[in-house]
Design a protein around this ligand. Structure first.
Ligand code: IPM
Ligand code: MG
Length: 356
């Protein structure tokens, strides 16, 4: 097969980790007889420096014309003083919205070889951590009006959170369909005791659930969910929630696996084109030092193979290569426990590539 992949290397460690993911994709292409063509799409702080805006038109066009998009990470302190409308993160939000990527999937799974990195009590971790956060990605307060004005002699800021039924319904369907391929349990997270958007969320998710009688639906308030994720994460299979709650809970979920550097994510809409990225940020403190862990990005590339290109065997090969490298003791600094020597980003990429 021939596939075109838009590549957003981004800022900080982004270029290093994306370079290793591309190396792994090339190894897959060679082994399985595919051709992957990469097209650069600058976005984020580097695009602000080069083009004056975080998401140049030409980059958006490249993404929309490609079969899928691979992204490292964007942002960094260098661009903190940018006006809100021109921050690196803005480029990412614009891209998600323009590509119609309403579903963000972030798995929280503990790697058997890394269970010692789990920060939870061992009896809690022993029950297992294997759930996914399905986050609505292009609605809610992220995309409501934002304003700051002077009122009665002081500054007053406002952010509008709104949801329409169709925005809730489409992501709810994704969650239920995913649960059918897993342990058939959806936990819908909201704040229906306070927010109108949450009351609508709960009603619509409950309606959608009627189409999936084989899947169990539970509702949970977001504050309780934040607590339950550390109290007993084994109770979760698929969590579905709105944009801001999902942002927060998915960071918490990744951290309890002990390896935020290893968790990939996919963002999809209608159709097969998706945006794939690790869930961690651009880590400017270690940028350019060959210290970053490329596994999150490599596993994101595996998700791309599986979900956008329907290449299950190829995705399996990448995931198996990652597992084998970990089994062989390969560790970057972030997952090095109790001694041993950390390997660099390039070496980790090489170790995984050689096992494809
Ligand atoms: C994420 C990030 C982004 C978000 C930022 C960079 C805008 O935190 O992908 O979770 O809040 O969605
Ligand atoms: Mg986040």
């Amino acid at each position: 097969m021939n596939k075109t992949i838009a590549v957003i290397r981004g800022d900080g460690i982004g270029p290093e980790i994306v370079g290793e993911a591309i190396g792994v994709l090339d190894a897959v292409a060679a082994k399985f007889g595919h051709t992957f063509t990469y097209r650069e799409a600058p976005m984020g702080g580097n695009a602000i420096d080069a083009f004056g805006v975080p998401l140049p038109e030409s980059s958006l066009k490249t993404c929309l014309e490609s079969d899928s998009v691979l992204l490292g990470a964007v942002g960094g302190p260098k661009w903190d003083a940018q006006p809100p409308a021109n921050r690196p993160e803005r480029g990412l939000l614009q891209l998600r919205s323009a590509m119609g990527l309403y579903t963000n999937v972030r798995p929280a799974r503990m790697f058997a070889d890394l269970s010692a990195a789990c920060p939870l009590r061992t009896d809690i971790a022993a029950r297992g951590i294997d759930f996914v956060v399905v986050r609505e990605l292009i609605g809610g307060v992220y995309f409501g009006d934002h304003s700051t004005a002077t009122v009665d002699g002081e500054q007053k800021a406002t952010d509008i959170m709104s949801y329409s039924e169709h925005e809730i319904r489409r992501v709810a369907h994704v969650a239920f369909q995913m649960a059918r391929k897993r342990r058939r349990r959806v936990t819908s997270v909201d704040k229906a005791n306070v927010l109108d958007t949450s009351r609508l969320w709960r009603r619509v998710v409950t309606e959608v659930a009627a189409e999936y009688p084989d899947v169990e639906l539970l509702h949970m308030y977001v504050d309780n969910a934040a607590m339950q994720i550390v109290r007993d994460p084994s109770q979760f299979d698929v969590i579905v929630t709105e944009n801001l709650f999902g942002d927060i809970l998915s960071d918490e979920a990744s951290q309890i696996t002990g390896s935020i550097g290893m968790i990939p994510s996919s963002s999809m809409g209608q159709g097969t084109r998706g945006l794939y990225e690790p869930i961690h940020g651009s880590a400017p403190d270690i940028a350019g030092q060959d210290k970053a862990n490329p596994i999150g990005t490599i596993l994101a590339a595996a998700m791309m193979l599986r979900y956008s290109f329907d290449m299950a065997a190829e995705a399996d090969a990448v995931e198996a290569a990652v597992d084998a490298a970990l089994k062989a003791g390969c560790r970057c600094g972030d997952i090095l426990l109790g001694g041993g020597t950390a390997i660099g980003c390039r070496e980790m990429g090489c170790q995984i590539r050689s096992r494809i």
